[in-house]
Ligand binder design. Structure first.
Ligand SMILES: *[C@@H]1O[C@H](CO)[C@@H](O)[C@H](O)[C@H]1NC(C)=O
Length: 131
C-alpha cells in the first residue's frame, strides 16, 4: 500500500513538473526553473507574458532596445523580483507598469548610465530602482 502511495505521489510530482515547463513567452524568451530569459533578443518593447501555472521570480530583459514599460507589463507574472532591464533604451515607465506585482517587486535593475535619459520616473516605483 505504501509503495502504491509512493508511486502515486511520484506521478503527481511528475505531472506538476511537466506543467512547470510552460514558459510565459515561448516566442522570444526561454525559461529555466524560476527564471524567464529574454535578454539579447533585439526587443523594442516588453513581450507579452501569458499566465502560466508556475512561479517565475526573475525576469531578464537585459541588452535589448526596450523604450517603454507600459501599464500592466508584468501582471501575469505576479511573483517577480527582480526584473533586470540593464542596457535598454528606457525613456518612459508607466505609473502602472508594475501593477499586479506591487508589494512584491523589490528590485528593478536599470543601468545607471541610462537613468539620465529617463524623463519621468513616477514616485511609486522610484524606490524599487537600484542605483
Ligand atoms: C547592449 O545591448 C546591445 C544590443 O543587444 C549589445 O550589442 C551590447 O553589447 C550591449 N552592451 C553591453 C555593455 O552589454
Amino acid at each position: 500500500m505504501a509503495i502504491i502511495r509512493c508511486v502515486l505521489v511520484y506521478l503527481i510530482t511528475l505531472c506538476a513538473r511537466g506543467q512547470s515547463q510552460v514558459c510565459p513567452n515561448t516566442v522570444v524568451c526561454s525559461c529555466s526553473d524560476h527564471i524567464i530569459e529574454c535578454h539579447d533578443r533585439g526587443l523594442t518593447s516588453i513581450p507579452f507574458f501569458q499566465q502560466v501555472n508556475h512561479v517565475y521570480t526573475e525576469l531578464n530583459l537585459e541588452n535589448n532596445f526596450i523604450k517603454t514599460i507600459p501599464a500592466d507589463a508584468f501582471k501575469n507574472i505576479p511573483d517577480l523580483s527582480p526584473v533586470f532591464l540593464n542596457n535598454n533604451s528606457i525613456l518612459c515607465i508607466d505609473e502602472h507598469a508594475f501593477r499586479g506585482v506591487d508589494g512584491k517587486i523589490t528590485r528593478v535593475n536599470l543601468a545607471k548610465k541610462k537613468l539620465d535619459k529617463i524623463s519621468l520616473i513616477p514616485w511609486c516605483i522610484e524606490h524599487y530602482i537600484e542605483y
